[in-house]
Write a protein that binds this ligand. Structure first.
Ligand code: SAM
Length: 275
């Protein structure tokens, strides 16, 4: 497969395919970026890769040469004949033409045998967070997720306390994963060129699992703490036992006038476990 804006456009034209904005179709047209994503994913032997949204198959094609098996979900059925052409000879690629968010992934995985499960994708920007949430909520046993996302969204995923991007979503995701930026990606590597910048982020299972006694209480506490980001914990957590919360805060030199954005995930865990 050859990569350049002209070549990918020619491929689309030959297959009578028109890009659809509503499906977040910004296809990668630069081979270096695809190679870098694959290199940085550090695939292990015997890995099954789930790709959400193969598009014109640029990433899929290369994944096929390094993974044991590639399982793709593509919402747009009209990519069918184009993908058949591009992926001819890639016998380890299966494509399910279906909305990933409505898919029964655990069931789909049953027919494969593998040692590692990765998700590697250039995600459609309009559903980035729901896709990551689905992987967590459906308890898909992924070892690693490497995804291209809108920079602004990726910055929220990996944000640390005391930064403007830090919020309940950062804590929710970092409860499960260690998240890091792998690289910045220029707008120029996409067809069509999007309005926003992108980054590639990786999610790896936390080495030190956080010991939370009651997850729903913990997530509820975090959500409520950030409900009005500029307000103090005293204001946001009126329905909680503020004395107990303050006992823990004081151990770390804070009081109830602190804002949620200053507190680490470990501190939220300690508060939740004490309530
Ligand atoms: N992987 C290709 C690439 O990098 O060139 C295409 C990436 S493009 C940003 C996103 C792809 O996801 C499109 O092919 C789009 O049709 C597909 N898509 C959008 N929403 C989807 C969904 N809910 N489930 C599965 N695929 C989806």
């Amino acid at each position: 497969m050859e990569y350049s804006p002209k070549k990918i456009q020619k491929l689309l034209d030959e297959n009578g395919f028109h890009l659809k904005k509503m499906f977040g179709q910004n296809f990668i047209v630069d081979e270096n970026i695809i190679d870098a994503i694959i290199r940085k994913s550090d695939l292990k032997e015997n890995t099954l890769v789930i790709e959400i949204g193969p598009g014109a198959g640029s990433l899929t094609n290369k994944l096929s040469s390094v993974a044991k098996q590639v399982l793709c979900y593509e919402i747009d059925h009209s990519l069918d004949s184009l993908l058949n052409t591009v992926l001819e000879g890639c016998s380890n690629v299966d494509i399910i033409y279906q909305d990933f968010l409505k898919s029964c992934v655990k069931k789909d995985l049953e027919k494969y045998s593998y040692d590692y499960l990765y998700v590697i994708a250039n995600l459609p920007y309009y559903v980035t967070t729901p896709i990551i949430m689905k992987l967590i909520e459906d308890q898909i046993p992924v070892d690693k997720i490497v995804v291209m996302v809108q920079k602004e969204v990726g910055d929220r995923f990996k944000a640390k306390p005391g930064t403007k991007d830090y919020g309940s979503l950062s804590i929710f995701l970092q409860y499960y994963f260690e998240i890091e930026k792998l690289m910045d990606v220029s707008k120029n590597v996409f067809l069509p060129k999007p309005n926003v910048d992108s980054i590639v982020v990786s999610f790896q299972r936390r080495k030190n699992k956080l010991e939370v006694k009651n997850e729903s209480l913990f997530f509820g506490l975090v959500k409520d703490s950030f409900v009005q980001k500029r307000k103090t914990l005293r204001n946001n957590l009126k329905n909680y036992d503020l004395d107990r919360i303050e006992t823990i805060l004081k151990k770390y030199g804070y009081d109830l006038s602190v804002r949620a954005e200053a507190l680490s995930i470990e501190l939220f865990v300690e508060i939740a476990n004490y309530l």
